[in-house]
Design a protein around this ligand. Structure first.
Ligand code: COA
Length: 206
């Protein structure tokens, strides 16, 4: 169904709660924690994230990124999110990106701090964001894209039983300058998505 509401008026019911995580839009003040995560993880991020091809910068640079993305969130142009454990530790940056409010298609992105890899956090947050997109935002399509050589990310997506839609041989350069293609996976519903207890706020306006 075609939706004509001005996106800025769309209510987005963050936070999302899962058994181990609280996921919400980034907010002013998150910069220091984000910088700590990026500093710890920069060697891993440099392998795959196109924005990690330069110096990491400091906590003020991170706060600037946070505030720019908070502004985009308010305008409903992007949804960069932070995922915290229930004791308040920032575990991952993630979000719904490159979306189109008319077709209601959303693209999930994520990175997890290096000290917390292989504990199932990316799988948990991507499952939650997928459920949130379909359940709270009336998504018609949710995609996740990974560089073809990014085995850990592709494993996350495949554990969530997204369908492989396209694989390109070459469409970008990795931060180290080497060429890469991308595998694009998609879901049109949450059928066969692994079980996960997820809830989100009902009336929150932010
Ligand atoms: C990709 C990333 C988000 C995964 O986060 P995570 O929390 O460790 O993911 P999970 O623990 O949920 O699942 C990881 C899976 O990949 C597997 N894996 C990890 N490294 C792997 C590798 N080199 N080759 C194959 N599988 C690998 C793990 O064993 C696990 O699968 P399993 O549950 O079947 O054992 C994390 O590695 C990361 O932040 N990387 C840097 C940024 C990035 O690549 N972001 C994604 C861009 S598309």
């Amino acid at each position: 169904m075609c939706n004509t509401i001005d996106p800025i008026l769309i209510d987005i019911p963050f936070p999302i709660m899962t058994p181990r995580l609280m996921i919400r839009n980034v907010m002013p003040g998150d910069g220091e924690a984000m910088h700590e995560v990026r500093a710890e993880s920069w060697e891993d991020l440099k392998k795959w994230m196109d924005w990690a091809n330069k110096d990491i910068g400091d906590a003020r640079d991170a706060e600037k990124i946070i505030r720019e993305n908070y502004a985009k969130y308010i305008l409903r142009e992007d949804m960069m999110c932070a995922a915290f454990t229930h004791d308040g530790r920032l575990i991952a940056l993630c979000g719904l990106h490159r979306f189109d409010w008319t077709t209601r298609s959303f693209d999930i992105g994520y990175y997890v701090r290096s000290s917390e890899h292989n504990k199932g956090y990316a799988t948990e947050l991507a499952n939650a964001l997928t459920r949130f997109a379909f359940g709270a935002l009336n998504a018609n399509r949710v995609s996740i894209c990974a560089a073809t050589g990014n085995a850990a990310s592709r494993r996350v997506i495949e554990k969530l039983e997204f369908g492989l839609e396209t694989v390109t041989k070459f469409d970008a350069f990795l931060p180290d300058g080497s060429p890469t293609g991308h595998a694009s996976y998609v879901r049109y519903d949450i059928e066969s998505l692994p079980d996960l207890e997820v809830s989100w706020a009902n009336e929150l306006r932010n």
